[in-house]
Design a protein around this ligand. Structure first.
Ligand SMILES: O=c1ccn([C@@H]2O[C@H](COP(=O)(O)OP(=O)(O)O[C@H]3O[C@H](CO)[C@@H](O)[C@H](O)[C@H]3O)[C@@H](O)[C@H]2O)c(=O)[nH]1
Length: 475
């Protein structure tokens, strides 16, 4: 979202000013990313609201999932956001923007936009592929005809043959009534929007962007990869949101000492939590594999809801002594790592931003989706564009608890071997990943598809404004 704001500020010229409406702690988290870019620093203002912690039953300062990604906190956060709604609507009415860009999760913004006669653009944090799969599953219920959780079904009516299992579908799809009602509301608001903007690019998802436009009748713009448009300097790359927990230069120096395409990067996002048993399996795979690695460690979640870092006894010392790997606890300088020539493979949870960043860097992937729409994103990588291989996780879950089936070390190792080994399959995946990386750069360059769509979108917003002025004048 912040990258999108910076994109508008940078591309819009003098007549565009951007205001980001957010809550206090989140504002603190993003302000440095805005301020260090002098252009966006001048053209972007932050408008902050105090989060209603007490009323939502949350501890002070807990206003995003990073502090504790549990379902309980999730629900309370949603409740807090709901409580803020009247205040947010008032602010929009007072500021009267020419265009409102809001997350999919803010259905009210479609109403206030209609009231003010301004376009609402829904921002999807994920890609068109995900939107198309979600639409198809909701409309056709293909999983209803399947007898077991693990039987594959084909997603109907989309451009490619894509298979999923029922166990990989988000809870919401499988029908918790309260959640379903909420998501119906989001869908209706999406359909009442002026259009949607997506952090993607033509070459990666062209068919799915067209399919989405056709099925929904909505306008849709591909503006990405936003990270390429915006994050041009080193500081931007290493401090995207979180402050890096390692010395990025040391990390890159270590990568400099490695051969091209030889290092495996493992990061399962900022929200994933694992069991001790799962961490043990990953460490065993990494020790037994011949490839050097950078591992961004996921925390374990204890039964009492507390979190902690954990590694099997002696593992870290052995890694240090052999010089085979780096272990990062906390926020990694992910973009800078992925772009390094020594990185040869990326084990990812398939969060959309990670996929886009891996694509930009031309790195093939081992996919390990955990929850949200990550299983859908996985299929774009493994079944459609084919620049990655799945680790074989079958079960959607908010996090990997002790009860969930383990991904065994052997399974991880063999998936890593497919991507990092010297076989024909590995070469083909790498070729595809490199091609995508080139196309991503082309898309954001002068005359590129995303650059042109951005120009077109800004023109359209200006057009809406002129039309409104005309109407007001006549009135
Ligand atoms: O140590 C870290 C961890 C993350 N990142 C950055 O944080 C972002 C992570 O984003 P993403 O890969 O999308 O993962 P999540 O934070 O898990 O994303 C949530 O939001 C995404 C966008 O809506 C969804 O696709 C995911 O399923 C959902 O989990 C990326 O820019 C990473 O570069 C770092 O720089 N260092």
């Amino acid at each position: 979202m912040v990258d999108i704001a910076r994109l508008f500020a940078a591309a819009g010229g003098r007549d565009i000013r951007v205001t980001i409406l957010t809550t206090t702690t989140n504002a603190r988290r993003i302000s440095s990313a805005i301020d260090r870019d002098s252009l966006s620093g001048r053209r972007i203002s932050l408008l902050t609201l105090a989060f209603p912690f007490k009323e939502a039953g949350l501890p002070e300062g807990c206003e995003n999932l990073l502090s504790a990604p549990t379902p309980e906190i999730n629900f309370k956060l949603f409740h807090g956001i709901e409580l803020l709604q009247p205040e947010m609507i008032d602010l929009v009415r007072t500021h009267r923007p020419d265009c409102l860009v809001t997350d999919y999760l803010y259905p009210w913004s479609a109403d206030v936009s209609a009231e003010l006669g301004i376009p609402r653009l829904a921002f999807s944090g994920s890609g068109f592929f995900n939107l198309c799969i979600a639409d198809s599953i909701e409309a056709n219920n293909p999983h209803a005809q399947i007898s077991s959780e693990s039987e594959e079904f084909v997603v109907p009516g989309i451009p490619n043959r894509v298979t999923l299992t029922r166990s990989q579908l988000p809870d919401i799809v499988k029908g918790e009534a309260k959640l379903s009602r909420f998501f119906d509301k989001l869908k209706q608001a999406e359909r009442r929007s002026y259009g949607v903007i997506v952090n993607t690019f033509h070459y990666l998802e062209a068919e799915y962007a067209d399919h989405y436009r056709r099925v929904t009748g909505l306008k849709a713009w591909q503006l990405g990869p936003v990270s390429l448009f915006i994050n041009r300097n080193f500081d931007d790359k290493i401090n995207r949101g979180g402050k890096s927990d390692v010395n990025a230069e040391n990390c890159l120096n270590w990568l400099d000492s490695m051969k091209p395409n030889s290092v495996l990067y493992i990061c399962l996002g900022s929200l994933t939590r694992f069991s001790k048993a799962q961490i043990s399996e990953i460490s065993r795979a990494l020790e037994e594999s011949s490839h050097p690695f950078i591992w961004v460690l996921a925390k374990i979640l204890k039964p009492n809801g507390k979190e902690q870092w954990w590694l099997p006894e002696g593992f870290e010392n052995r890694v240090k002594q052999s010089g085979k790997g780096l272990i990062i606890r906390g926020w990694a300088p992910q973009m800078a790592i992925l772009e390094h020539a020594s990185i040869g493979g990326f084990v990812t949870h398939c969060g959309w931003n990670s996929i886009m960043e891996g694509v930009c860097a031309g790195v093939p992937m081992v996919t390990w989706p955990i929850f949200a729409e990550q299983f859908y994103n996985e299929k774009l990588v493994t079944q459609v564009m084919k620049f990655g291989v799945s680790v074989g996780n079958e079960v959607w879950s908010v996090w990997a608890t002790e009860e969930l089936p383990l991904i065994r070390g052997e399974r991880l190792r063999s998936a890593v071997e497919v991507v990092m080994g010297g076989g024909v399959e590995a070469a083909e995946m790498r070729r595809k990943a490199v091609e995508l990386g080139k196309e991503a750069k082309r898309a954001v360059g002068e005359g590129g598809t995303s650059s042109d769509e951005l120009k077109g979108l800004l023109e359209e917003i200006r057009g809406c404004k002129s039309k409104r002025r005309g109407v007001e004048h006549v009135a």
